[in-house]
Design a protein around this ligand. Structure first.
Ligand SMILES: O=P(O)(O)O[C@H]1O[C@H](CO)[C@@H](O)[C@H]1O
Ligand SMILES: [Mn+2]
Ligand SMILES: [Mn+2]
Length: 417
């Protein structure tokens, strides 16, 4: 029986890539800089509910056993601060370079699935009125809007503080972008309406095709109610939806479905990222714990020729982009605590791959992703414990999956099994 489980810890980079300088990211290191802050006592967290309290050096014993810190050491030449390299490693570990032109989520995921993005995405310039006026005019008229707010580069939580109230008052959606190839639309779930936001995103998706924009993202939020004791904060909900263009050629997901009649189970935003291509079953879940739970459930019912792929988005969207080092550390530790449950469910022939799609160093200036190596931690399926070395492309993961499932080979990547 062949079953692969690919867990993408969104934004969990393990050291600046060789070309990081070109992205302004030389010196970034998501894992290393989190570990450093933890060791310096700068990432202690006391949560009122007690769920996410943490203190002192970064404690990831299970990821360590899979070879995370060895992979980070190989990537950076340094042992993560406050960590001693575990003597017992059960996983096959390495780190991979990205050959795609961008450091965004679709590029990272598609390359992981064997299809790097070698063309240039379209981007919007960082200035007032980032979007072309004709695009704004078309969106306003086709979606019958009173206008739009934002029209700039922004962090998605900051812009809610700035424009959330005006949005509720005027009914104008908040449109913003970033260093990624994205067009994001934030709107209040009740005042504007969730379905209406999704419809608006579909209109935008169509209009943005000539601009070569990778994703339109619906960013619904709630809040702003007057409770008598003050107005509640605006908070984003789990109803985010990504409208990606389709990958330029068949990913290993698609090949598994087409050539082997396999099953591809998407957990979290995986299906959205691959524009629903090569997905046979979708499971939505919000938050790391629920995503993990869903992964365990799907593994329980998975049969032969099944690929389960989960995206743990919160590392990126709740902590990396928010530059919340302590929160990121606590989330990693919580993830690590769940790992033994997953390992206990694996059969010897199953293949587990833990990896990431780009970095988002929470200690780095700004709020954008960082160009980093990603970890490739594997367990199971004919693999011996030990180093997989430096991998030239994330596509080595896709090529290895192709080899594992016996599909035709991918055009990029070298299999490590
Ligand atoms: O600041 P928020 O809205 O989280 O947006 C971030 O998330 C987007 C998609 O992952 C990135 O392009 C970045 O802009
Ligand atoms: Mn991502
Ligand atoms: Mn992101």
């Amino acid at each position: 029986m062949k079953r692969a489980i690919v867990l993408v810890l969104d934004s969990f980079g393990i050291g600046a890539a060789a070309d990081a300088e070109q992205f302004g990211d030389h010196g970034s290191d998501t894992l290393g800089n989190i570990a450093k802050a933890c060791q310096q006592g700068k990432a202690d967290l006391v949560d009122e509910s007690g769920h996410r309290s943490r203190k002192g050096p970064l404690h990831l014993p299970n990821l360590g056993k899979l070879g995370l810190f060895h992979a980070h050491h190989a990537s950076t030449g340094q042992v993560a601060a406050g960590v001693s390299l575990p003597t017992e490693v059960i996983g096959s570990y390495g780190y991979a370079n990205e050959i795609s032109t961008g450091k965004d989520t679709p590029s990272g995921h598609w390359e992981l699935a064997g299809v790097p993005v070698l063309f240039e995405w379209g981007y919007f310039p960082e200035r007032e009125h980032s979007f072309p006026q004709s695009l704004v005019n078309d969106l306003v008229s086709q979606a019958k809007l009173p206008g739009i707010l934002g029209n700039c580069h922004a962090s998605g939580t900051t812009i809610l503080e700035q424009l959330g109230e005006e949005h509720v008052r005027t009914g104008m959606p908040i449109c913003y972008t970033s260093a990624d190839s994205v067009f994001q639309i934030a709107a209040h779930e009740e005042h504007f309406g969730l379905d209406r936001l999704y419809q608006l995103c579909e209109v935008a998706r169509e209009l943005l095709m000539p601009y070569n924009i990778g994703r339109v993202i619906a960013r619904p939020f709630v809040g702003g109610e007057d409770t008598g004791e003050g107005v509640t904060e605006f908070v984003r909900t789990g109803n985010r939806r990504d409208y990606s263009i389709e990958p330029p050629s068949a990913t290993v997901l698609q090949k598994l479905v087409d050539e082997q009649q396999g099953e591809v189970v998407s957990i979290g935003k995986i299906a959205d990222i691959y524009a629903h291509c090569g997905i046979t079953h979708k499971v939505k879940a919000t938050g790391m714990e629920a995503l993990f739970e869903a992964t365990l459930n799907e593994l329980e019912r998975a049969g032969d020729n099944t690929l389960i792929m989960t995206n743990f988005v919160d590392f990126d969207s709740s902590f990396g982009h928010r530059r919340n080092i302590a929160g990121y550390a606590a989330e990693l530790e919580a993830f690590d605590r769940r790992l033994p449950e997953l390992l206990a469910k694996l059969s010897p022939n199953d293949l587990l791959i833990l990896t990431a799609d780009h970095g988002c160093d929470p200690s780095w200036p700004g709020t954008e992703h960082t160009r980093e190596h990603i970890p490739v931690l594997c367990l199971g399926a004919r693999l011996e414990a030990g180093s997989l070395g430096e991998r030239a492309t994330f596509a080595d993961v896709g090529q290895s999956l192709a080899a594992y499932f016996g599909t035709s080979p991918m055009d990029y990547g070298t299999a490590f099994l």
